[in-house]
Design a protein around this ligand. Structure first.
Ligand code: ZN
Ligand code: ZN
Length: 269
């Protein structure tokens, strides 16, 4: 809890280097003690994923703002009504939370179902060794798209910047946790919040797990995409889309290559 609060404070102050150092100290011992699969801390591709974690933050923030503003232009008249201020105070935060989880679910699901978006999201699914650092492997456009879909309803309804900052930090911490290389199962909680067990299935190569677990377990339950069989673990992680491994610049370039175009049907059908 203390570590989470510290990381949160550091991220809010823009101190990403120290935040990542703290995360290193928190996650590395946990992953060593409770490893799902034994693997070296300095595994292949670690530098690539750290580059994603550092560099993408800035690109994603800029791109998200542009996407939200452009998408919201036709709806700015709704924001003028400031719907949030008309709601009872006790409703505003639960409503924001519900909208965030619905938005992130559908944003993520679209990246699997729209071939053009899958080109970008395939970079995230190229992870073959799961750990907290791997959570950073996201094409900036992919992150920006999902974040924009997530915050757009909040923006249109009149929520302020503080709520967006809170959402971003919460989603980042959850992303780090759900990718961690830990075998721990969390009774009951495993159907309430995203745990490594839950999200690892999203990355599984197993046929039955394809296009499952896009968001919060309860949201996936509602839309019929939940998959977490008892007592089983994924056979392997990855994608058959040929994303270059261990090469940051080529991963950024991948969605614009001929290889990306040829592989679209893999997950989108
Ligand atoms: Zn995905
Ligand atoms: Zn993931």
């Amino acid at each position: 809890m203390f570590a989470a609060a510290l990381v949160l404070a550091l991220l809010l102050r823009g101190n990403a280097v120290v935040a990542i150092a703290v995360l290193f100290l928190v996650f590395v011992p946990i992953e060593k003690l409770f490893a799902l699969r034994p693997q070296r801390v300095f595994r292949r591709g670690l530098l690539t994923d750290l580059t994603h974690l550092f560099v993408n933050n800035l690109l994603v923030t800029a791109a998200t703002i542009v996407l939200v503003v452009v998408a919201a232009l036709p709806l700015l008249w709704v924001r003028a009504y400031d719907v949030v201020s008309m709601l009872p105070a006790e409703v505003t935060i639960p409503l924001a939370v519900a909208l965030v989880f619905l938005g992130s679910y559908w944003g993520h699901r679209l990246t699997h179902q729209v071939p053009f978006l899958w080109r970008f999201h395939a970079v995230h699914h190229s992870i073959e060794q799961m750990d907290w650092v791997a959570s950073g492997r996201l094409h900036p456009f992919d992150s920006a798209f999902t974040q924009a879909v997530t915050v757009l309803p909040l923006f249109v309804l009149g929520y302020d910047a503080g709520v967006f900052a809170g959402v971003t930090v919460f989603v980042t911490l959850l992303a780090l946790f759900q990718h961690a290389n830990v075998r721990l199962r969390f009774p009951v909680v495993r159907w309430v919040v995203n745990t490594p067990e839950w999200h690892h299935w999203h990355h599984a190569l197993d046929e039955e797990a394809r296009d499952k677990n896009f968001g919060l377990p309860v949201v996936d339950k509602i839309f019929g995409t939940a998959y977490m069989p008892k007592g089983q673990r994924p056979v392997a992680f990855g994608t058959t889309t040929p994303v270059p491994q261990h090469d940051y610049l080529n991963q950024l370039r991948f969605p614009f290559t001929r290889a990306a175009r040829g592989q679209l049907a893999e997950i989108s059908n």
